[in-house]
Ligand binder design. Structure first.
Ligand code: SRM
Ligand code: SF4
Length: 584
């Protein structure tokens, strides 16, 4: 089979080839006190450093107000309390005062002022995290089950997720020379940083391995080469039967196989991805294929091999067609298995049977195997903030200072506080109540499962509102649900401001995808297990009309459903569909 044809390479490919260390002119811009933004080619290079150039879209009418978004790396969503305290401090000094939990278990700082980017990223690194490769054509944050490990098996999965994270980091040294060695500002965070280091009791887990050397002794990156991947790449780990990380939507994933109480290895899944473009039929959401079984010892070799297949076979002539899902779709699973076998020296054995029974986070208190407790908290649209009487951000700061729990960001944009002593439970809970946060304990099975992407005003690609209108929409859907007679029952509802799919609306029971200001495509028929895609039910529905459109369906569902049948399963099978229901 031929490699992608001789169409011209995209501009991004030429940029990477020209500056394989990804430095662009970032140093020069940082050194220029008059610069209010990164511009030109640097807008692409900074993504590899975890930064997006943005402007406040609410203010465009009166002129552009520039800032950047910065994304951290937190494998499995793990954030030690001392590291959280550094983030809390930085978000107030340099960003918009909030921290945003993302759908891939990281934190985003929004509204970061130009002069704050350097000190912010340096401090994140000093607090033993990183922003390297959290965006760009590389492997992004590695997701993993967010519940704290309860036994040796779950601990082993967490360990493997960290090992693979490190192995798949790009070897460029420019990142550290620009942001860590190159930034000379002392923020007076010495004590906080020292605590973060002491608490972690280890080196930064996100330090890339040393560069490889070619025959002449020059530094090279044998994994990514000079031009990295054709497009972004996402990796996840899951432990069945809980699909809390929406594993089939990743480019590559590892599904734990447990036999006799032991982690014997993983099933490999490749080729998931959700991004689409309205009106471009060549783009579509896709769930991953099951490729085969591997042992724990093979995780890094297999991960690197899959990355190399994307590197060598992904389409570098069209960024809309460059994800590995298109390689899988067009060349087929058998081709992929054979290609993987070439890299590994032998084919992977057949995958073992597995089943997912649900997704979503557990709210409230749960006892850990070691006798300590974890607390699942609902964070509306993932936004950690203070707003009026609701002072979640302050409460979490006090909790981190007083009780030092491990913070665990979930892939549904919620938060788990783990390793809490029995004797601290009541005081910690009271602290949240005293800060007006009673709503975090029991959001119910609609709000607690819901997700919305940031969209306006920060996202440059959004076509419609999402995060800012989602809570009110969910209130109205909950009312419609109650009127139909199934109030309080689980519903997985997700919304995005454009078809890129950042809050994964295509794998929800109900998804809303922004088309234009105030207009959404309504997607239905995904399932709670995250193993089936939703389909387009109605196009361009006005925001205010959505409760009416769904209210009628809710009534029909309540009458027709079989015992225990979920809304998404009913919708998928019911005769409600327009004649041809495409995927997006
Ligand atoms: Fe995303 C681009 C936010 C998860 C598919 N995503 C963006 C940008 C950076 C907009 C941009 O390129 O200018 C958004 C920044 C908005 C802002 O103001 O913060 C953005 N994506 C997010 C987050 C924060 C959404 C959230 O609600 O939490 C998530 C950050 C994850 C992280 O921590 O790494 C986020 N993005 C996703 C997911 C879900 C996932 O990975 O589980 C997807 C769908 C899965 C997939 O990748 O296919 C996703 N984002 C995209 C795409 C479409 C990619 C494609 O294949 O076409 C874009 C646009 C692009 O890359 O050109 C995009
Ligand atoms: Fe922006 Fe679209 Fe992603 Fe929402 S789905 S954050 S609007 S790119």
């Amino acid at each position: 089979m031929d490699k992608p044809a001789e169409k011209p390479l995209t501009k991004n490919e030429l940029l990477k080839a020209d500056k394989p260390d990804l430095s662009g002119t970032i140093r020069e811009t940082l050194a220029n006190p008059a610069a209010d933004r990164f511009s030109g080619d640097d807008e692409q290079f900074i993504k590899f450093h975890g930064i997006y150039q943005q402007d406040d879209r609410d203010k465009r009418k009166t002129g552009k107000v520039f800032s950047v978004m910065v994304r951290t790396r937190q494998t499995g969503g793990i954030v030690p309390a001392a590291q959280y305290l550094v983030y809390d401090d930085l978000s107030g000094r340099f960003a918009n005062g909030t921290l945003r939990i993302t759908s891939r278990q990281t934190f985003q700082f929004h509204g970061v002022v130009q002069q704050g980017v350097g000190p912010l990223i340096k401090s994140i690194n000093e607090a033993l995290s990183s922003t390297l490769a959290t965006c760009g054509d590389v492997n992004r944050n590695v997701t993993a089950p967010s519940n704290p490990p309860v036994d040796a098996v779950t601990q082993a999965v967490e360990d493997d997720a960290f090992t693979l994270t490190k192995a798949l980091l790009p070897r460029t040294t420019a990142y550290h020379s620009i942001w860590v060695d190159g930034v000379q500002i002392d923020l007076g965070l010495g004590d906080k940083i020292a605590k973060a280091k002491a608490a972690a009791d280890q080196a930064n887990p996100y330090l890339p391995p040393p560069a490889d050397l070619d025959d002449s002794g020059a530094a090279v990156d044998n994994l990514y080469g000079k031009t990295y991947l054709p497009r972004k790449f996402k990796t996840g780990f899951a432990i069945p039967p809980n699909n809390d990380v929406d594993i089939f939507t990743n480019d590559m994933s590892f599904v734990a196989v447990i036999e006799g109480g032991r982690l014997v290895g993983y099933n490999l899944l490749v080729g998931g991805g959700l991004g689409t473009s309205h009106g471009n039929k060549a783009t579509y959401p896709r769930l991953a294929d099951v490729i085969g079984f591997l042992t724990r010892e093979q995780v890094v070799a297999v991960g690197e091999a899959v990355i190399k297949i994307h590197r060598d076979w992904g389409d570098r002539t069209d960024r809309k067609h460059a994800r590995i899902k298109y390689v899988l779709q067009e060349k087929g699973v058998e081709w992929f298995r054979a290609e993987l076998a070439k890299h590994l020296g032998a084919p992977l054995p057949a995958a073992k049977a597995f089943i997912f029974k649900g997704q979503g986070d557990a709210f409230g208190w749960t006892k850990q195997a070691d006798g300590k407790w974890f607390l699942g908290l609902f964070v509306e649209t993932g936004r950690v903030k203070d707003a009026g009487d609701y002072r979640l951000k302050t409460a979490l700061r006090v909790i981190a200072e007083k009780f030092a729990p491990t913070f665990r960001l979930t892939a549904t944009q919620n938060l788990i506080l783990s390793d809490v002593k029995e004797s601290d439970k009541a005081a910690l809970e009271q602290l949240l109540r005293d800060h007006g946060c009673a709503s975090v304990f029991n959001p119910g099975l609609v709000k607690g499962r819901g997700m919305a992407c940031p969209a306006l005003p920060t996202c440059g690609l959004s076509l419609a509102e999402s995060e800012r209108v989602f809570p009110a929409l969910l209130d109205r859907l909950e009312q419609a649900q109650a009127v139909a007679g199934f109030g309080g029952e689980e519903l997985v509802v997700r919304m995005t401001g454009c078809p890129n799919g950042c809050a994964r609306p295509y794998s929800a029971e109900i998804g809303f995808v922004g088309r234009a200001p105030g207009k959404y495509n309504v997607m239905l028929g995904g399932n709670r297990e995250g193993t089936r895609l939703a389909r387009l039910y109605r196009e361009s529905v006005a925001y205010d009309e959505i409760p009416n459109v769904l209210g009628g369906l809710f009534q029909q569902y309540a009458k027709e459903r079989r015992a225990g049948q979920a809304f998404g399963d009913w919708a998928d099978a019911a005769p409600i569909w327009p004649a041809a229901a495409p995927l997006a």
